[in-house]
Design a binder for this molecule. Structure first.
Ligand code: MF3
Ligand code: CO
Length: 288
């Protein structure tokens, strides 16, 4: 029986629309591409993306371990960039967007929500910072980020660091074929709300793997993106959690640094995940 043949059951429909057991992977791949612009990855592509993700996770882990009071964010950026160069990888952030992002990794301190730019400022006691590492290895992309804390931090900073990390964990826990993209935002925002924190709306998770930013967008707040997750999807979840108001302001001078409108702290953790038959694989596992 061919997929377009009239079904043997006599319904008059094509077999593929009627009694065919399940759509073969390539048909689902075509449908996700045309309907959602989502690229479902082949086993070979997954292998390449997994390597890029594991490498990104390693650079992130080492860079976080290198972060100490007194070291400048520029020194951290150079440390990460050197590791990438040595491995024949490149930084996805460098030159990205408009104006071109000027550094290899993003370092976002305290009230900076995301896209902070490394400079001469030394880390100091009481700082929190997000370090975001996205590497291109053999043409494949990995993307992850984590928080570092310097010395003793206040209760408000500790709360956003923890809520962002646990929010990400809770979102990962619901991933499986058949769950919806919107279930991610529900898992994160319901928890953040309970903890008295706000969830940033202006920046979202994203498909990743063959390109830096692919479909779908993955909001971290409650939303109506009712796309079912299917095997072979690779995307990031990267919640940004604020202690105060949800609004962010882009620095008018550098065009990148996003700060909370009220100056209160913000935190973010990020993984790249793969949807599998049994649930998901955290491709950037071991990052911190
Ligand atoms: N994880 C961030 C993102 O997906 C990394 C941003 S890099 C930058 O957007 F170049 F856009 F800043
Ligand atoms: Co990302």
């Amino acid at each position: 029986m061919k997929r377009n043949d009239p079904c043997w059951c006599g319904s008059g429909q094509k077999w593929k629309k009627c009694c065919a057991p399940v759509a073969p992977p390539n048909e689902l791949t075509d449908r996700y591409k045309s309907q959602y612009q989502i690229i479902l990855k082949s086993p070979e592509q997954i292998e390449g993306i997994r390597r890029a993700c594991q490498f990104s996770a390693q650079v992130l882990r080492d860079t976080c371990a290198h972060a100490k009071a007194g070291i400048t964010t520029d020194e951290l950026n150079t440390f990460a960039a050197d590791q990438m160069r040595a491995a024949g990888a490149t930084a996805a952030a460098l030159g990205y967007g408009q104006p071109p992002y000027p550094k290899g990794i993003c370092i976002s301190l305290n009230e900076v929500i995301c896209h902070g730019i490394a400079d001469e400022r030394p880390l100091q006691d009481g700082d929190i910072a997000n370090i975001d590492v996205a590497c291109v290895l053999d043409g494949y992309y990995g993307d992850c980020s984590a928080m570092i804390t310097i010395g003793s931090i206040d209760e408000e900073k500790q709360r956003v660091v923890d809520v962002a990390r646990i929010g990400l964990e809770r979102a990962i826990a619901i991933l499986r074929p058949g769950a919806l993209v919107s279930d991610v935002g529900e898992a994160i925002e319901s928890y953040a709300e309970d903890q008295g924190c706000s969830v940033v709306r202006d920046f979202v998770g994203h498909g990743v793997g063959l390109h830096f930013h692919e479909a779908p967008q993955v909001p971290h707040c409650r939303n109506r993106v009712n796309i079912p997750l299917v095997e072979g999807m690779t995307f990031t979840i990267e919640p940004m959690i604020n202690a105060g108001v949800v609004e962010g302001i882009v620095d008018p001078l550098d065009g990148w640094t996003v700060r909370t409108a009220d100056g209160k702290p913000s935190a973010q953790w990020e993984h790249t995940v793969l949807i599998t038959e049994g649930g998901c694989e955290v491709l950037t596992s071991g990052s911190k």
